[in-house]
Design a protein around this ligand. Structure first.
Ligand SMILES: Nc1ncnc2c1ncn2[C@@H]1O[C@H](COP(=O)(O)OP(=O)(O)OP(=O)(O)O)[C@@H](O)[C@H]1O
Length: 472
C-alpha cells in the first residue's frame, strides 16, 4: 500500500532507534507483558541525570546561578528545597532578578514548555505578598482553564509551604464562597470568574500589586479570552506590575502584549528554539479517517505506556473514542469542558495520581498541565484554527506535545494524519518550527514498536528531584 509519505515528501529525522540521532538514553527493551489493554504499571528504574542537563549551556534548564544568589527570603528558599528544586532553570535565573527588582517592572517572558515558567512567576508572587495581610488580595494570576488555575494554586502552596499565614484561593466557577468573597493574599483564577467576582464586589482588588497572565498569547488573543483579560485589567490599580508568560508568542499577539504590559522587559525565543529536545516527534500515516481508531488501539495494545494524553478536536469525539476504547477493554478517561467542575477536578486528580493512565481530551488541557509521568501525547486530530478550521494551529501543537518531556524528561508525540489536508497541516507545522518528524507506518508495527518503545522505556525515569510536589 502506498503511504501518504510516499506521495508527499515530509522531512524525516534520522531514526533514533538506529543510534544516529538520539536524544534519548538507549536502553534494553524488555519483553513487555501486555494484558491486552497495554496499560500496565511501570517500574521507574532508569536514572535521569538532571544535574547534567542543568550544566549543559545549550539546555533551557541550564543556569549559572543558585537560588541562594537570587536573595529569596528563607521561608521561600526552604519551600524550594522541599520541592527538590536545586538550581534555577534558565528562565528562572534570567527573569527572576528583573521581576523582583524595585521599582517593579513589567515582563513578557517566553520559554519552552516544561522549563519552569510557573516556578518563576510563583516565586515573584510569594516575594511580593505581605503575609501580615493574609486575607487581603495582593497578587492575581489568570489562567485559561480551571485545571491550570488549580495547578498553579497548588504550586504556590507547595513553594510557599513555609510561609506562615499564606492563603491562596482559586477563583474558578463554584469555588469562592458568596458570603465571604475572596479572602486570600494570592488569587489564581479564570478571567470570567474573576471578572464576575470583582463586579459583584466579592473580590477587593484595591491592594493588588501583581498581575500574572499565564499562557498569555492565548489569554490576550482577541479571538478568545482577550476581551475578558482587558476588562479585568481595567478594574485593577493602574500601577500594578504585569507579568506575561507563555511558551509561544506569535507576532500578532506580541504587538498586543506589548501594549498590555507597557515598557516590559522581554525574554523571547527564536522559532527554531521553541521545541523541547527531549520530545521525539513522530507521525503516523493512517490509511483513512476510520482507521485512525484501529491504529490507536493497536498502539495501546502493543505497548506499555506510562501515562498518555490523546488530543481530539471535539468533545463528541472525545466521548466517542472513550466509549469505543472502553468497549474494547481499555481503561481510559475523557475530560472536556462539557463536564461539571467537580467532575473535571476528580478526573484530573485521578490522572495525576496514576489511578487513570490514559486521558482523552480537547484543547482545554493543551496548555500548562504538568503531569511528569506523561510519556506519550497523541494528536489524534491535528490542531487547526481559523474559519472552518482551515489553518494549522502551530501554537496549540507545541503546547499539546509539551504535556510530555517535562523538565528534562523524554517523551514521544505521535500525530495522526490520514489525508492530504491533515498531512499538509502537519507539514506546515513541521516547517514552521523546523522539526524533523519521524515517520511511523501502520504497515510495520515491529518498527513502530521499536521506535516508540525506546523512548517510552527511557522516559520511565526516576528524576533526581521529587517528580511533582503538586498536591490536589
Ligand atoms: N528549578 C527547578 N528544579 C527542578 N524542577 C523544577 C524546577 N522548576 C520547575 N521544575 C519542575 O518542572 C516541571 C515543569 O515546570 P512548569 O510547569 O513550571 O513548566 P512551564 O514552563 O510552566 O510549562 P508550560 O509551558 O507547559 O506551562 C514541574 O514539575 C516543576 O515542578
Amino acid at each position: 500500500m502506498s503511504t501518504l509519505a510516499d506521495r508527499v515528501t515530509l522531512p524525516t529525522a534520522a531514526d533514533p532507534a538506529d543510534g544516529t540521532s538520539s536524544d534519548v538514553v538507549p536502553s534494553q527493551i524488555p519483553a513487555d507483558s501486555t494484558d491486552g489493554v497495554g496499560l500496565i504499571e511501570s517500574n521507574f528504574d532508569v536514572e535521569v541525570k538532571l544535574g547534567d542537563l542543568q550544566n549543559d549551556t545549550e539546555s533551557p534548564l541550564y543556569s549559572v546561578t543558585s537560588f541562594e544568589q537570587l536573595g529569596l527570603p528563607k521561608e521561600i528558599h526552604d519551600g524550594l528545597l522541599a520541592m527538590n528544586y536545586k538550581k534555577p532553570s534558565k528562565i528562572q535565573e534570567k527573569a527572576l532578578p528583573l521581576m523582583l527588582a524595585n521599582p517593579p517592572q513589567n515582563m513578557i517572558a517566553q520559554s519552552q514548555s516544561g522549563t519552569g515558567k510557573t516556578g518563576a512567576f510563583v516565586l515573584t508572587v510569594l516575594s511580593r505578598i505581605d503575609l501580615k495581610k493574609p486575607t487581603q488580595p495582593q497578587a492575581l494570576v489568570l489562567a485559561p482553564s480551571r485545571e491550570l488555575a488549580r495547578q498553579i494554586q497548588s504550586v504556590i502552596q507547595s513553594i510557599g509551604q513555609f510561609c506562615t499565614d499564606l492563603i491562596v484561593e482559586a477563583a474558578i466557577p463554584g469555588n469562592v464562597s458568596r458570603e465571604t468573597g475572596v479572602k486570600a493574599s494570592a488569587v489564581v483564577g479564570t478571567p470570567g470568574t474573576v471578572m464576575d467576582l470583582i463586579r459583584r464586589r466579592q473580590f477587593d482588588v484595591s491592594q493588588l500589586k501583581l498581575l500574572v497572565i499565564d499562557e498569555a498569547d492565548n489569554m490576550l488573543d482577541q479571538q478568545g479570552l482577550g476581551d475578558q483579560c482587558v476588562r479585568v485589567k481595567s478594574m485593577l490599580p493602574k500601577d500594578i506590575q504585569i507579568l506575561l508568560f507563555s511558551a509561544t508568542f506569535p507576532e500578532k499577539v506580541m504587538t498586543y502584549a506589548e501594549r498590555f504590559a507597557p515598557n516590559a522587559h522581554q525574554m523571547k525565543l527564536r522559532q527554531q528554539e521553541l521545541t523541547v529536545k527531549g520530545i521525539s516527534q513522530m507521525y503516523m500515516d493512517c490509511p483513512d479517517e476510520n482507521k485512525k481508531y484501529d491504529v490507536l488501539c493497536k498502539l495501546y495494545g502493543l505497548m506499555t505506556i506510562g501515562s498518555s494524553v490523546i488530543f481530539v478536536r471535539t468533545r463528541d469525539s472525545a466521548n466517542e473514542i472513550q466509549r469505543r476504547m472502553e468497549a474494547d477493554g481499555h481503561k481510559v478517561s475523557a475530560l472536556h469542558g462539557a463536564f461539571e467542575g467537580a467532575n473535571r477536578d476528580a478526573l484530573l486528580d485521578d490522572f495525576r495520581s496514576g489511578r487513570s493512565k490514559v486521558l482523552i481530551t480537547t484543547n482545554v488541557l493543551a496548555r500548562g498541565i504538568d503531569v511528569s509521568s506523561v510519556s506519550m501525547v497523541i494528536n489524534y486530530d491535528i490542531p487547526m484554527k481559523g474559519p472552518g478550521d482551515r489553518e494549522p494551529d502551530n501554537e496549540t501543537y507545541l503546547h499539546r506535545i509539551g504535556r510530555t518531556g517535562r523538565f528534562g524528561r523524554v517523551g514521544v508525540s505521535i500525530s495522526f494524519v490520514y489525508d492530504r489536508k491533515s498531512f499538509d497541516a502537519l507539514s506546515q507545522i513541521a516547517n514552521h518550527y523546523g522539526i524533523d518528524l519521524i515517520q511511523l507506518s501502520p504497515d510495520d508495527w515491529d518498527v513502530t514498536e521499536k521506535k516508540v518503545k525506546e523512548v517510552i522505556k527511557s522516559s520511565r525515569a526516576k528524576p533526581e528531584y521529587a517528580p511533582s510536589a503538586i498536591k490536589n
